[in-house]
Design a protein around this ligand. Structure first.
Ligand SMILES: NC(=O)c1ccc[n+]([C@@H]2O[C@H](COP(=O)([O-])OP(=O)(O)OC[C@H]3O[C@@H](n4cnc5c(N)ncnc54)[C@H](O)[C@@H]3O)[C@@H](O)[C@H]2O)c1
Length: 560
């Protein structure tokens, strides 16, 4: 591997390991250390800004010249990262960006924030990490600290990055420090920022932990040192696996409770009142984002090397990955109620982002939902103000542009699927021709079937609001892809026949009638108000169950 031309740093007289270590700690303390951040994406850019805001001079590296040019112009290319932050950092001379990797030699610490996707067969793809480690090794100099932040399986830092860095000719632990520190970015979350989220740091030896912890401690509010890089790597995976499994659990319960006529949302709201031992997770249309759908499989893959099997991870993956199909099935069922086949129906999906109010569509289940709908013969469109054009990805190429977010546009569709609860979809006026209401529990009554069909669901009365007022918005704990509310929507301009079920209502409508809608909304979408119609439905459902139980008890008594 080619080494870069000797930098000013290479000209320094050799110093002992101890001296180099102390010198770096003192440069960190005085904020004169220069920090390099490789990968200026959703993780790297905010991290770079946090270091500049703590007084450090930061050099951002990326292979994407467009990002580098944008930073140099003082612009942000990530919606939730304010352009003013970038502008301020650049104007103050604290932030610069480059595609020239020779400048790594200028940095005292180099932090790696490059992607860690899955390969075609869901195997970890660490090629971006390896490539970056090779680029660093070619310029590595004595006394530098290298920190890996990209999410990966335990052992990547000491088994893979360390040997690559040693190809520089420098030897660990004498010549450089190496640590892992997982990123816990939650894009769009206003409660927590890169600065305020505690940072776990684990070095490949105690000296590396010390210097990495000192660096993060100088810029972030809280650092949590751990005994090794492997513990830090595992910590990140535990966090994401925990979420993936809990989301899968609640997805399964949603389907199960749904069959039993129980509203999972109400169950969660009730369970949430327990002040200990319970943490709410919410069902959704599938997993999205760069982390939860991918990271757990990094551990499964690595565990196999040790002959260990991660059954929870596999099971959660199985349940979560089937959710887009569940959504499509529900759309088909909804249209069926309206005597319409999915094939040929016009279906609009609202939202391409994997979560509300961000411009990140990586792994978003909306793509799969749209493709499945298209495969089934539906005429699909999407609406997302964050994505005027649906990006061509590694897996998806919809070839669609967003339709305008307007009521008269929504009214043209046979079904509407709210896939992401962007604030822009919360304007009630948008739904003036789509009467939305919460799908009431529909119990499977073996007896009294005809009776329950008549009374188990109610259309909203005239003037009822499709999207309930904001006062009913619960403050969902925001989780990527997990926070979802489902609505059953029905047709426009409901005839003034309060108390009839969507089924009987759609049967009574002419087949040329307007749209029905199956909708979902993610975190932050207003909760459906328990309007009189729904409250009445719930009561009648319970009364029926009560009666049926009473009868069976009476029968049991008689038999005795
Ligand atoms: N996005 C999140 O919310 C989040 C949260 C926690 C952890 N992570 C983890 O952080 C890592 C980075 O994620 P991200 O969301 O910032 O990804 P991203 O795709 O937004 O950014 C990665 C950046 O790295 C650049 N890049 C790719 N190869 C490079 C190379 N060889 N040299 C230099 N730059 C290169 C890309 O051009 C891109 O700008 C991943 O491992 C991810 O799992 C992400």
């Amino acid at each position: 591997m080619q080494r870069a031309p000797a930098s000013a740093h290479d000209q320094r007289p050799p110093v002992s390991t101890h001296e180099a270590h102390r010198a770096l700690l003192s440069r960190i303390e005085s904020r004169s250390a220069r920090v390099g951040v490789v990968g200026q994406g959703y993780v790297g850019l905010p991290l770079a800004l946090v270091f500049t805001e703590a007084g450090f001079s930061v050099l951002g590296f990326d292979v994407d010249p467009k990002k580098i040019e944008a930073i140099q112009r003082g612009e942000s290319y990530i919606e939730h990262i304010g352009a003013d932050r970038v502008r301020r950092a650049v104007a103050a001379g604290k932030l610069a960006a480059t595609t020239d990797f020779d400048r790594i030699a200028e940095c005292d610490a180099v932090i790696i924030c490059v992607p860690t996707p899955l390969g075609e067969h869901r195997e970890p793809d660490n090629s971006f990490i390896h490539c970056t480690a090779r680029a660093i090794a070619a310029r590595l100099r004595r006394g530098q600290l290298v920190v890996l932040e990209s999410t990966t399986y335990p052992g990547t830092t000491d088994e893979e990055v360390l040997p690559i860095l040693e190809t520089s000719g420098l030897k660990w632990p004498d010549d450089f420090s190496l640590a892992f520190s997982p990123e816990r970015e939650d894009p769009g979350n206003e409660r927590f920022s890169t600065r305020s989220i505690p940072k776990v740091v684990g070095g490949v030896n105690p000296a590396s932990t010390e210097v990495a912890a000192a660096l993060y401690g100088a810029a972030l509010e809280k650092v949590v040192p751990v005994s090794s890089a492997r513990v830090a790597e595992s910590c990140k995976l535990l966090e994401n696996i925990f979420r993936s499994i809990n989301i899968a659990l609640v997805n399964e319960l949603k389907m199960t409770f749904g069959r039993m006529g129980i509203d999972v949302w109400e169950v969660i709201e009730a369970a949430k009142t327990k002040p200990f031992g319970f943490m709410p997770f919410y069902p959704g249309p599938g997993l999205g984002g760069h982390c939860i759908p991918l990271d757990p499989f990094y551990l499964s893959w690595k565990a196999a090397e040790y002959g260990a099997f991660t059954r929870f991870i596999e099971l959660a993956g199985e349940i979560n990955t089937q959710m887009p199909r569940y959504v499509v099935r529900k759309v088909a069922e909804g249209l069926n109620e309206d005597r319409k086949p999915l094939k040929g129906s016009r279906v609009l999906v609202l939202g391409l982002s994997y979560k509300a109010n961000i411009d990140d569509d990586r792994e978003s289940p909306s793509y799969e939902i749209l493709e499945l709908l298209r495969e089934a013969g539906a005429r699909i469109d999407y609406c997302d103000p964050h994505f005027p054009i649906a990006r061509k990805g590694r897996k998806h190429d919809l070839g669609l542009a967003s339709v305008p977010c307007k009521a008269d546009v929504f009214a043209q569709y046979d079904a509407v699927v709210v896939a992401t609860a962007h604030d822009s979809f919360k304007d009630r006026a948008l739904y003036r021709d789509v009467a939305l209401f919460h799908q009431p529990p529909r119990p499977r009554m073996r007896r009294h079937t005809r009776r329950s069909k008549r009374s188990c669901a109610s259309a909203p009365g005239p003037g009822s609001s499709p999207v309930p007022p904001d006062s009913s918005v619960p403050t969902w704990s925001s989780t990527c892809c997990g926070s979802t509310r489902w609505w059953w929507g029905s047709t426009t301009s409901p005839p003034a026949r309060g108390g009839i079920s969507p089924m009987s209502w759609s049967r009574s409508r002419p087949s040329s009638g307007p749209a029905s809608a199956w909708t979902r909304a993610t975190s932050g979408m207003p909760a459906p108000a328990l309007g009189p119609a729904r409250a009445q439905t719930w009561c009648s459902t319970r009364q029926r169950w009560g009666r049926s139980h009473d009868r069976s008890r009476t029968r049991a008594r008689r038999t005795k």
